[in-house]
Design a protein around this ligand. Structure first.
Ligand SMILES: Nc1ncnc2c1ncn2[C@@H]1O[C@H](COP(=O)(O)OP(=O)(O)OP(=O)(O)O)[C@@H](O)[C@H]1O
Ligand SMILES: [Mg+2]
Length: 282
């Protein structure tokens, strides 16, 4: 396990690490701007000069009002869209190099499992694709059966996605994201479609898995309390144009449990974030 490096949002570079074999990696987002073309020919400045350094093994949550650019930032880091200007490196490599090397673990709001494959085969799919292409599967990549146990789906490997609940499908999606032992986990509102009780359980499950593998995590959520519960740092963004408004250090001890939410510091942090969010909206 890699220890959590001190949280930092300074201009110090994340240490360069060789790609793609590294276990984990920091993320370095530097002056990232994204301009989308609007439907009537106008331009939308979705991100404006965003700088953020995420240390190796750190858990960072992105929050902010709808349209402030959270998903756009995650897409740039995931190599789903290129930045208009600025750059991102993950462990010293570009997102594109990392994606091609199978080093990015992605989890979205919808599990998007292949309905015709069993859960076990879904988790193994990336491995099969990489092997089929003659690519390299890291020796550290966990087996599907072990991952199923880790995410609490032991014994469900032969079921099909439609035989699982929404929460179970998201567990499978997390297991799939971990299947190639990625350097980072990039998660866009992964629990947003779940009911509140399941969502709550999933947050604790994710923390347990994170403590186990200690991946660098960038996690988008609308829930301020979820962000405070999960993160080492919470990054609040503001819209039009999308910028980082403030970074909150979450110095609550780990492991975090149901008790954490009874902690007076937890409430203070959520309140402070709430206040700042309302300031953004006003
Ligand atoms: N493909 C696109 N084409 C044009 N504009 C886009 C596109 N995707 C996003 N935008 C615009 O960019 C801005 C940021 O969008 P983004 O989806 O990143 O926000 P978000 O913070 O993830 O919002 P939400 O919380 O609702 O998911 C918004 O103004 C949005 O309308
Ligand atoms: Mg979004």
């Amino acid at each position: 396990m890699t220890p959590v490096a001190p949280a930092s949002n300074t201009s110090e570079p994340v240490p360069n690490r060789a790609v793609p074999g590294d276990q984990n990696a920091g993320i370095d987002i530097s002056a990232v701007t994204v301009v989308y073309g609007g439907p009537n020919g106008e331009n939308v400045l979705a991100l404006d000069g965003v700088d953020l350094r995420i240390a190796d093994g750190e858990f960072v949550c992105l929050v902010g009002p709808s349209g402030c650019g959270k998903s756009t930032l995650l897409k740039v880091v995931s190599d789903l869209i290129p930045p208009t200007s600025g750059q991102v490196t993950i462990g010293g490599a570009s997102p594109s190099e990392m994606r091609k090397a199978g080093r990015l673990g992605l989890v979205f709001q919808q599990a998007n499992l292949m309905p015709w494959l069993t859960v076990g085969k879904n988790i193994d799919l990336l491995r099969s694709l990489v092997v089929g292409r003659g690519g390299h599967v890291p020796g550290t990549a966990p087996k599907a059966s072990d991952l199923l146990d880790v995410v609490g789906l032991g014994g469900f490997g032969d079921k099909y996605p439609n035989q699982l609940s929404g929460g179970m499908q998201q567990r499978a999606s997390l297991a799939r994201a971990l299947a190639l032992d990625p350097a980072v986990l990039l998660m866009d509102e992964p629990f947003a479609a779940l009911d509140e009780i399941t969502r709550d359980r999933m947050a604790f499950e994710l923390m347990r898995v994170w403590q186990l593998y200690r991946k660098t995590v960038l996690f988008v959520t609308h829930s301020l309390s979820e962000a405070v519960l999960l993160a080492d740092r919470v990054v609040l963004m503001s819209p039009r144009p999308g910028r980082i408004r403030r970074v909150f250090e979450i110095d609550l001890p780990r492991p975090r449990t149901a008790e954490t939410r009874l902690d007076e510091r937890f409430h203070r942090l959520v309140l402070e974030l709430n206040r700042e969010l309302y300031a953004v909206l006003s």
